[in-house]
Each structure stands twice: as structure tokens, then as C-alpha cells.
Write a protein that binds this ligand. Structure first.
Ligand code: AMP
Length: 203
């Protein structure tokens, strides 16, 4: 495992488009969700994109990162030191070790051009809500793709409820596309990657 210190520059393979994947760490996750994470990891690698994630080796976190790594993709894990026992990182995957959860979340955000949110627990939900609330405040325009329609439907019902009560503007939820398959998520990522690369191509 290559350990980077947080002050180091994180290498981006030839400026590769970077996808941050938020997902569950539970080893008891449904096998269909583990398979979905692995399929997404493979697809991100096959597209030449970098896979950024929370650094742990358990549950969907491990399944996605290992699939991306085993498919020859560049993977970056970002893990607070205090979680190394609880969420042991996979060997051979570059790991950026940080001190706090806030540092981890900030670097995951900073190092990524887009986000995919797979099924997960309270940590995944927190990450989804934070990055979405930053979008709501116009702090970024990085696309957020939620993957797993059946799992995330109650979250969208809550957003609709908030919208009906006028805590959120009508139409905001449409900025949070819900994908039903890894292929669908990858199609959306491809559009995002083209949009990021277009200004460079025009130079
Ligand atoms: P979970 O979805 O609960 O399995 O957590 C997924 C990942 O989110 C794990 O790596 C957790 O360490 C991380 N996590 C847990 N709580 C938080 C939080 N408040 N903010 C960000 N990430 C968290």
C-alpha cells in the first residue's frame, strides 16, 4: 500500500477525470449491491477515469475499489488514521492518510470531478446530503449521480416532501439524477467528462 501524507500533491494520471464513489462499508450488504459496486468500479477503470473513495476495504467500499484496481484503473483511497482498524484499507491501493473526517470529505470533494452514490448507511447518506447541500448553495456544479433506484426511492420521497412544503425549489431534485444500473451511471459520467474536457479541447 502506498501511503501519501495529506500535504503531498495527489497525482492524477494524465489529468484523468476523477469520480468519487460514496457507498456503504458494511460487510453484510446485500450481494446485489456488492455486485453493483464492483460493476461500477470496473466501468470507471475501463473508461480511464480515476476512482476516488473513502479508503476502506469492507463492504461496497472494498468491492468497488478492488474491482477498479484489478481492472487496471487508478484508485485513490482517503482514510482518517483513526479508522484504519475499523475500516482496514485494501493492500496495494494508494492511500492518502488524513487526521479527521472533515479533511477526508474535503479531499474526496476536491480530488473529484463527479460523484456517484451507491447504497450505503448513515455515513453514505451524510456524504450524499453534504455534497448535495453544497450544490444547493451553488458552491459547486460537479454532477451527483445516485445509483440504485429501489434503494434510494425513500430518499427521493423525502426530497419531494421537502419540495411540497416549499423548503426546496421545484426542479431542484431533477439535478440529482437517479440511475438504475452501472451502465446508466457511466453514460451520465461520460457526459460530465466530456463537459470537463471540452474547454481544454478548445484551447
Ligand atoms: P456507511 O454508509 O455508514 O457504511 O459509511 C460509509 C463511509 O462513510 C465509511 O467509510 C464511514 O467511515 C464514512 N462516514 C461515516 N460517518 C460519516 C460522516 N459523518 N461523514 C462522512 N463520512 C462518514
Amino acid at each position: 500500500m502506498r501511503i501519501l501524507e495529506s500535504h503531498e500533491t495527489v497525482p492524477r494520471p494524465s489529468g484523468a477525470f476523477s469520480v468519487c464513489v460514496y457507498c456503504g462499508s458494511s460487510p453484510a450488504a446485500p450481494s446485489a449491491h456488492l455486485a453493483l459496486a464492483a460493476e461500477l468500479g470496473r466501468a470507471i477503470a475501463q473508461n480511464g477515469w480515476r476512482y476516488v473513495y473513502g479508503g476502506g476495504g469492507l463492504g461496497l467500499m472494498g468491492a468497488g475499489a478492488l474491482a477498479a484496481h484489478d481492472s487496471g484503473g487508478a484508485v485513490l483511497g482517503i482514510l482518517p488514521r483513526f479508522l484504519e482498524q475499523r475500516e482496514p484499507p485494501p493492500a496495494h491501493i494508494p492511500l492518502l492518510r488524513v487526521d479527521t473526517m472533515h479533511e477526508r470529505k474535503w479531499l474526496m470533494f476536491r480530488e473529484s470531478d463527479a460523484f456517484v452514490v451507491l447504497p450505503g448507511g448513515i455515513g453514505t447518506l451524510e456524504e450524499l446530503v453534504e455534497v448535495t447541500s453544497w450544490m444547493r448553495l451553488d458552491l459547486h456544479k460537479k454532477p451527483i449521480i445516485v445509483l440504485g433506484r429501489a434503494y434510494w426511492t425513500p430518499f427521493y420521497q423525502l426530497l419531494d416532501h421537502m419540495t411540497e412544503a416549499r423548503y426546496m425549489p421545484a426542479g431542484f431534485t431533477a439535478q440529482l439524477p437517479l440511475a438504475d444500473s452501472a451502465a446508466e451511471a457511466v453514460d451520465l459520467l461520460r457526459l460530465a467528462a466530456e463537459a470537463v474536457q471540452a474547454p481544454e479541447a478548445a484551447q
